[in-house]
Design a binder for this molecule. Structure first.
Ligand SMILES: Cc1cc2nc3c(=O)[nH]c(=O)nc-3n(C[C@H](O)[C@H](O)[C@H](O)COP(=O)(O)OP(=O)(O)OC[C@H]3O[C@@H](n4cnc5c(N)ncnc54)[C@H](O)[C@@H]3O)c2cc1C
Length: 396
């Protein structure tokens, strides 16, 4: 008898712990079908640094071919366009013999018993690569940024969240006074959802590196975008300020990839585009108890990190297994517990800004300890890429 499917939409930080959590525990009646349009896992934590410094891009794109044994399931390179109550519709046709709903020819429909939606969010390049069909085109995109940044004399970073802060620090540290680097951030404070103390620490780190910073004003993007062709042009902000720049690097935050779920039901997604979720990681609409959401696509609160996604993934795995063993509406499901905000910003090769909570107090410190250990161990950027190579059972 054909195996039934647990479909995982997306194959990034939130999906990998789901896949690894399910693959050894699913009964043999079921297998995992992972769908993602990317050819490789993108270790995006390091993209800000890799958009500045060359020579380590190969390690940031990790193949999926060993993550599942054939009897455990398969990874399909495709996008999901539509989520329906018991099937998903892909953006392309694939060999149908792999699925229970057809036995020859091609299909773009995959049936599922349970769905784990982990399609995350879109960011502008270089935070996420816009070319991802092959590893070489993703690497080429990063290298284009390295060239543009190397040539620019007056780069301007728009947005100072995780990606903007790290990128600005990387540029300033590598090029120092040879570039006049500006950061414009739309809010009055940096990282306000991580507590009151982060803003001043991040500001000081960038200030010491010589970065000119404007907060509480928005860059006005012209129709058709900025030239970014090496010429000098004027960038205007919402306060009327005019800044001379020759390269604008957008780091303007995330846009959730949730439109495929709106086919299932319009009320699944909130005004900001995030999926309304229960503490069980299920969607809030009770008609779809077999649809789970993990990671940045879900409205789990303002802290969107891979660390939080791992907690959501553990709950989704437990509940999917329970549902498959006991049926959709039986027994008590596991719940996600909220934790205090934590973040580790890698601001250049040497400085980390670490934010955590101790005895109820929000603490933010800039430390060079992490940089020192990385230097000792010869690690570049975020040391986490190695963990992903291991999690995907991938080999260089
Ligand atoms: C610069 C930077 C540094 C960071 N550093 C850290 C850190 O040190 N620690 C930490 O915990 N967090 C960090 N984060 C946050 C972390 O990267 C995110 O929380 C995490 O990527 C969320 O994972 P995700 O799988 O939900 O989404 P994503 O990583 O956005 O992945 C979504 C996946 O879904 C796929 N997809 C999209 N649409 C579809 C579709 N229609 N069909 C199929 N597949 C689809 C995409 O191709 C992608 O592979 C950082 C973020 C940034 C920007």
């Amino acid at each position: 008898m054909a195996q039934r499917n647990v479909v995982v939409v997306g194959a990034s930080f939130a999906a990998i712990p789901v896949i690894n959590g399910l693959k050894r525990k699913l009964p043999s009646t079921h297998r995992i079908i992972v769908v993602d349009p990317k050819s490789h896992f993108h270790f995006a934590f390091a993209f800000p640094a890799a958009a500045v410094e060359s020579g380590w891009e190969e390690t940031l794109f990790i193949p999926y071919n060993n993550v599942l044994l054939p009897e455990q399931g398969l990874v399909i390179q495709a996008g999901v366009n539509e989520v329906h109550p018991n099937s998903v519709v892909l953006d392309r046709h694939i060999d149908a013999s792999q699925f229970a709903n057809a036995d020859s020819g091609t299909t773009n429909v995959i049936p599922y018993d349970c769905l784990v939606y982990a399609a995350g969010a879109w960011h502008p390049s270089p935070t996420t690569m816009q070319h991802f069909s092959t590893k070489s085109e993703s690497i080429a995109e990063l290298q284009t940024w390295q060239d543009r940044i190397a040539r620019a004399k007056k780069p301007l970073v728009v947005g100072c969240g995780g990606s903007g802060a790290e990128l600005a620090a990387d540029i300033a540290e590598m090029y120092g006074a040879t570039k006049h680097l500006t950061v414009v951030h739309s809010r009055e404070k940096y990282f306000d959802s991580f507590g009151p103390n982060v803003d001043a620490v991040v500001y000081q780190v960038l200030d010491k590196l010589g970065v000119v910073q404007f907060r509480g004003e928005r860059v006005v993007f012209p129709k058709g975008g900025f030239p970014n062709d090496g010429s000098t042009f004027e960038v205007e902000t919402s306060t009327g300020r005019k800044i001379k720049a020759d390269l604008v690097i957008p780091c303007t935050g995330l846009v959730p990839n949730t439109s495929p779920l709106t086919i299932l039901s319009a009320n699944l997604v909130n005004e900001q585009g995030f999926v309304n979720v229960l503490p069980t990681a299920q969607v809030t609409n009770p008609h779809f108890p077999n649809v789970f959401v993990v990671g940045d696509a879900g409205d789990f609160g303002p802290i969107k990190t891979a660390k939080e996604a791992r907690k959501q993934a553990a709950v989704a795995v437990a509940n999917v297994l329970k549902m498959i063993r006991e049926g959709p509406l039986h027994g008590e499901l596991s719940h996600i517990t909220r934790s205090a905000p934590r973040i580790n910003l890698i601001m250049g090769k040497w400085t980390n800004v670490v934010v955590f909570t101790l005895w109820g107090c929000n603490i933010a410190i800039a430390t060079r300890l992490g940089g020192f250990f990385k230097w000792l161990m010869g690690v570049r950027g975020s040391p986490g890429a190695k963990k992903i190579w291991r999690a995907l059972s991938a080999k260089m």
